[in-house]
Design a protein around this ligand. Structure first.
Ligand code: HEC
Length: 143
């Protein structure tokens, strides 16, 4: 048979529980000082799309339009580990696989990269132009 604790104990326990919750939730806030702490998010900062180059060359300009309308969110915020545009460290090993592989990943998907970047209406050529733009903005050259 269950015995309820005496009321006096409950009166003591309730404020204590509230304090524990207050302290614990305070720990979730990002550290205000710049001192290193295991809680600091060390992922690269999100990319501000307004800082990206807008090409004049027609094919790349078309790629920019596709990219800014369909790929921008994941590839500026790093959603699900998406390589951020302009993050050469994240892009180099992918770029090394070759342009054809990049196109194939954009078209058919790759791990957490959804097929066609979740924009099923885009043509293969549009997807390729968006890939070209992303690599241009990251590496500055198209070879
Ligand atoms: C819903 C989020 C999301 C959207 C939208 C998205 N991507 Fe991605 N993309 C990812 C993720 C996540 C990865 C990394 C996949 C991995 O390596 O596991 C990725 C990786 C890639 C890669 C590298 C693939 C490889 O083989 O290494 C290319 C190229 C790419 N995306 C192109 C695009 C293009 C072009 C668009 C817009 C048409 C787009 N993505 C839209 C999430 C997204």
């Amino acid at each position: 048979m269950h015995h309820a604790p005496p009321a006096s104990l409950c009166r003591l326990a309730m404020p204590l529980a509230a304090m524990v919750i207050t302290v614990a939730s305070g720990c979730d806030r990002p550290a205000e000082s710049s001192a290193p702490s295991p809680q600091v998010d060390r992922r690269p900062a999100n990319i501000d799309p307004s800082t990206l180059p807008i090409p004049t060359e027609p094919a790349l300009a078309a790629g920019y339009d596709v990219w800014i309308n369909n790929c921008v969110i994941c590839h500026t915020e790093g959603t699900d580990g998406a390589p951020r545009i302009t993050d050469t460290k994240a892009w180099q090993p992918r770029h090394d696989k070759g342009r054809a592989e990049m196109y194939a990943s954009a078209i058919t998907g790759f791990d957490d990269m959804p097929p066609r970047g979740d924009s099923p209406d885009l043509t293969d050529d549009q997807l390729k132009s968006a890939v070209d733009y992303m690599l241009f903005a990251t590496f500055g050259v198209l070879e």
